[in-house]
Design a protein. Structure first.
Length: 756
């Protein structure tokens, strides 16, 4: 029990070079019997504050990778410096100037500053080498969790290309949160927090990024980021341009056990081009170190985007030839510019931190598709369609935090109002009907969360309530059967404890997945006379109940998780009742899918070599009824990554990375191809690191392709798909008076924007 006669002792912990050490343990013991008195963990600036009684005491400061420091001379405003520790491993010196991993009350932190990782290109490169984080098809995923919300210095990233504009040397640390608490939306399953260390400098700064990538086609990306800082005012602007081309070569084999046994084989090839311009501008003003306001606006403008290709299908009915079709197709996208606006206030009222965000978003997408289908035995067709969708959102979010006792109480609310209109039209009404739908959705989500830290460990518990009102209209007619109100509570609880170099955390959380607006649409996309795709307005929200255990020991981190996904959203295929030769691809809810995820990663530093090796497994339990049989989809998927970073002569760094993914089941499909991906890269800085050149060879084995079998009602659909994944890229980056934007708006309704 803390005595009223105690006094506060504060200070800073750093290494011998004066670099602050975050997450160092500071513990006060009574000198007479080494009884525990009080303890704290240093913040990002290395600061700490502990209570000391009037009796003689000892202060012990420890941090992974450093020798412990003991002091009996206790005073306020202490400055404690720790010596680096070194360990011998088979005659190779492992020098850990900073701990590789450390655990916080929310997640696991990978320290970047002062490591070889901090010399390797951009923040995008850093993120690709964080344990459990992978890049897949241009998007980021957390192993076993899916797409995360990524924060940069407290604000949500909407444009992932912004990671290319940040030097790796400016990244301080990256925290991965795999069990987000109540203050995050219930649909957020993982959070990545990136913090930078570049001090704020005055004047104008400029950062340019140029990339050329060849993958059978030429691809080009260019960005220019400018920042002007004077006193308390900061203004920034970004321009990005990207044009890329690719292809997809697919083969489908489909077996349908209906009144007639159908076998349909389809070869599909298409190539396409995407192009866009991105503009962002904003400013913010710091009244004091604790008071800030700002505004940010961005727009994305599509260029000339198109896709063209062909499909060739052979169909057998009860073993007899039924038809052969050849379809030429073209698709042209003419999206209108999207609009996004954020206005925020961040400050303090007494001891309470306050952050208020207002967000507005609008987009309008138009897809024109032309299909010219030639049939050998039936009528030929020319099917032209247009799919138009308009989406808008207004949202606000209030986050507050107040210190209470030895912890902090977080509380607030988020309100989101969205509108979505879809219109689908066809020139052949007897083949594909016109359709239109409208969705109006509003949600109010208050939350309460308390985190406490003491002698027995760290405890955090929270509760989030989400009320969602969903209205669905079909052809301007209100549909009460598809309209729903949701009233859901989402609890979360975690407990963490450090035992020497070992840190453990166990937790429980309830999360949800809301169908995106494409999944809810009633529009029907026409591929050919045998295959069409649509959404499902009757889809319900998925709810995940998860229990997790994570651990950190020196340069090793481990995680184990059990999840029960109720009303899981899965792909599903069915035959049209009026024509069983036509397959409709849509979505449905599966009552429950239970799964187990295990993960381990090691990241030592051995001289000039920094390896980071990880292994993971996802095992599900699912017996699926297809109408004709029960299919056991229980085979686990194993994933291995071997990332190797090398410090080379003349200031160069090199990378040799390999990843492996096994065959196995996920949801209602079977991945039947073993993936082996090899990537090699080299970087060279010039002009005191203001200019950098890097060359990368990606997927050199060209083994990053898919072979999947989808099981549905009386229907087995297998797909082999190859894309332009093998590529060679060259990047040139120049920085003038480099700095980082410290915009503090965290944004509201970010997951709603992702649903569009």
């Amino acid at each position: 029990m803390v005595s009223f006669a105690q006094t506060a002792v504060s200070g800073v912990v750093s290494d011998k070079k004066g670099v602050p050490l975050a997450y160092a343990n500071v513990i006060v013991y009574r000198s007479a019997d080494t009884t525990y008195i009080d303890g704290a963990v240093t913040d990002d600036a290395g600061r700490f504050k502990v209570s000391v009684p009037p009796t003689p005491c000892l202060l012990r400061v420890s941090c992974l990778g450093y020798n412990d420091c003991w002091s009996s001379a206790l005073s306020d405003n202490m400055h404690i410096q720790l010596d680096s520790a070194a360990y011998m491993m088979d005659e190779a010196v492992v020098s850990a100037r900073r701990p590789t991993f450390s655990m916080t009350g929310e997640g696991i932190v990978t320290n970047v500053a002062g490591t070889l990782l901090g010399t390797m290109g951009t923040a995008e490169t850093v993120l690709s080498r964080i344990p459990s984080v992978v890049e897949k098809d241009g998007a980021w995923e957390v192993f076993g969790k899916g797409t995360p919300v990524i924060y940069l210095n407290g604000h949500v990233l909407q444009d992932m290309n912004e990671l290319k504009n940040i030097k790796a040397s400016d990244v301080k640390n990256v925290e991965v949160v795999t069990a987000p608490g109540a203050k995050y939306s219930a649909s957020v399953r993982a959070v990545i927090k990136i913090k930078t260390i570049r001090p704020q400098g005055e004047g104008l700064s400029l950062d340019t990024y140029t990339n050329y990538r060849y993958n059978r086609f030429g691809n080009f990306a260019q960005s220019v980021v400018g920042n002007y800082r004077h006193g308390k005012l900061d203004a920034f602007a970004t321009y990005e341009y990207s044009t890329s081309r690719g292809y997809s070569d697919q083969r489908f084999e489909q077996t349908v056990a209906a009144d007639t046994l159908w076998w349909i084989n389809t070869d599909n090839y298409y190539s396409g081009r995407t192009a866009w311009h991105y503009l962002q501008g904003g400013l913010y003003y710091d009244f004091t170190s604790d008071q800030s306001v700002g505004v940010k606006y961005s727009t994305t403008i599509s260029g000339n985007e198109y896709m063209k290709g062909w499909l060739r299908s052979d169909a057998l009915a009860d073993g007899d030839p039924y038809d052969h079709t050849s379809t030429g197709m073209r698709q042209h996208n003419s999206d209108r510019p999207s609009q996004y606006l954020n206005v925020y206030y961040a400050g303090k009222i007494g001891a309470t931190s306050v952050e208020f965000d207002n967000d507005y978003y609008f987009e309008h997408s138009i897809y024109d598709t032309y299909n010219k289908e030639v049939s050998e035995t039936h009528d030929s067709r020319e099917v032209d369609t247009r799919n138009s969708s308009r989406s808008s959102m207004a949202a606000w979010k209030l986050d507050m935090e107040t210190p209470i006792l030895d912890g902090a109480l977080s509380y607030g609310a988020e309100y989101i109002n969205t509108h979505r209109k879809d219109a689908y039209s066809s020139n052949m009404k007897n083949v594909v009907d016109d359709a239109s739908s409208k969705i109006e959705e509003s949600s109010l989500c208050p939350y309460l969360e308390y985190g406490w830290s003491g002698k027995i460990g760290n405890l955090k518990g929270g509760l989030r309530y989400e009320f969602v009102k969903f209205k669905y209209y079909e052809n301007n007619v209100y549909m009460p059967g598809q309209s729903k109100d949701y009233h859901n509570f989402f609890p979360s609880l975690s407990y963490g404890k450090s035992l020497g170099n070992l840190s453990l955390q166990v937790g429980y959380s309830a999360k949800t997945t809301r169908p995106n607006y494409t999944q809810l649409s009633n529009n029907i996309s026409y591929a050919n006379r045998f295959l069409r795709q649509s959404g499902n307005p009757l889809l319900r929200h998925q709810t995940d109940h998860t229990v997790s255990l994570s651990a950190v020991w020196k340069f090793v981190q481990m995680a184990l998780e059990y999840k029960d996904a109720r009303n899981a959203i899965i792909y599903w295929t069915e035959q049209l009742p009026e024509d069983e030769s036509v397959t409709m691809v849509r979505y449905k809810n599966q009552k429950s899918i239970k799964s187990m995820t295990a993960f381990i990663s090691v990241a030592p530093t051995v001289g000039w070599w920094s390896p980071q090796y990880s292994a993971g497994m996802v095992k599900q339990w699912l017996n699926l009824s297809t109408g004709n049989e029960v299919v056991r989809l229980n085979k686990p998927v194993f994933v291995v990554t071997c990332n190797n970073s090398f410090k080379l002569p003349w200031g160069m760094t090199g990378e040799l990375d390999y990843s492996f993914s096994s065959k196995g089941n996920q949801q209602n499909y079977y991945a039947g191809h073993t993936s082996n991906v090899l990537t090699v890269g080299l970087r060279k800085p010039f002009l005191h690191d203001n200019l950098a050149v890097e060359v990368f060879g990606n997927d050199l084995l060209h083994q990053n392709w898919d072979n999947a079998v989808l099981y549905s009602h009386g229907n087995t659909l297998s797909q082999v798909k190859r894309t332009a994944s093998r590529s060679l890229s060259v990047t040139l980056r120049y920085t003038f008076n480099g700095t980082n934007v410290k915009y503090k708006g965290s944004g509201a309704g970010q997951n709603e924007i992702n649903r569009f």
